[in-house]
Design a protein. Structure first.
Length: 268
């Protein structure tokens, strides 16, 4: 009588100075056969927390999110990989669906996963935040890699099969508070400006304003953020800020402004 070997799965988590979030993320994937945390030199005690929960922490010098994710994949040992960010939480329903998928020999090679975002005390159902797919989050090792953009990286399929869709969502808690909204807009706009430069696109203050306004209108009106109340307004405004400063910072990088020189001044 032959026995079927259950495929094994690695959950990898990218995180940096996320001491307040990492425990919840790791605890939500304790069912995985291996947990990898890809860090870039955290100094807030996050590494010790992750290791105390059984995760293996690998240090990756930060060269952009695409490279970080590819390095995380390289550290994974098993045939299936589940990608999680520090602000995401697997749910029991998603866990059970993942385990059914990897146990089925007829399963596809990559799967999108819906995400429910929790912000300002509520599930955000509009504003472009549901189902809020990013790259496929469940995939066979070797069947997917990431593009090398510094932020908002894409993915490269290494399979001619279609990407499937899982039905059960995970949770994402993108912002602990409004301070983090502003911090992320600042950080991501800097990385976004670098991305514009890499693509040879010029920034300007006119582009900063028009693209920023369009981002606000898109999220608040066309993605029905107004139905999410004040959280929807803040999400749209945060997108305005991030987009505005992305192009403004790109313009600043192009101009390379210099302050006036100050010669030595002595008494006449």
């Amino acid at each position: 009588m032959s026995s079927t070997v259950q495929p094994k799965i690695t959950a990898y988590i990218i995180a940096f100075n996320e001491a307040q979030k990492i425990a919840a993320a790791v605890n939500s994937v304790l069912w995985a056969d291996e947990i990898i945390v890809a860090d870039s030199g955290s100094t807030d005690g996050m590494v010790e927390i992750a290791e105390s929960l059984g995760a293996r922490v690998v240090q990756v010098p930060f060269k952009g999110f695409g490279d970080l994710r590819n390095q995380a994949i390289a550290a994974c040992s098993h045939d299936w990989i589940f990608s999680l960010d520090a602000d995401e939480r697997c749910t029991p329903e998603a866990r059970d669906e993942i385990l059914r998928v990897i146990a089925d020999p007829a399963s596809l090679d990559m799967y999108w996963m819906p995400r429910r975002n929790f912000f300002m005390g509520r599930w955000i159902k509009h504003s472009g935040w549901y189902p809020n797919y990013r790259q496929p989050q469940l995939f066979r090792k070797g069947k997917m890699s990431y593009t090398m953009e510094p932020v908002h990286e894409g993915y490269v399929p290494h399979s001619d099969r279609p990407v499937g869709h899982l039905q059960n969502p995970i949770w994402q808690v993108p912002f602990k508070n409004l301070h983090e909204v502003v911090h992320k807009a600042n950080r991501y706009s800097t990385l976004g400006a670098e991305k514009l430069t890499l693509r040879g696109r010029k920034g300007s203050m006119g582009k900063a304003l028009t693209h920023g306004l369009w981002s606000f209108i898109k999220h608040y009106i066309f993605k029905r953020g107004f139905l999410d109340g004040w959280p929807g307004f803040i999400i749209a405004f945060g997108n305005f800020e991030g987009t505005f400063y992305r192009y403004a910072k790109g313009y600043e990088m192009d101009q390379a402004w210099k302050v006036p020189e100050t010669p030595p001044l002595r008494r006449p």
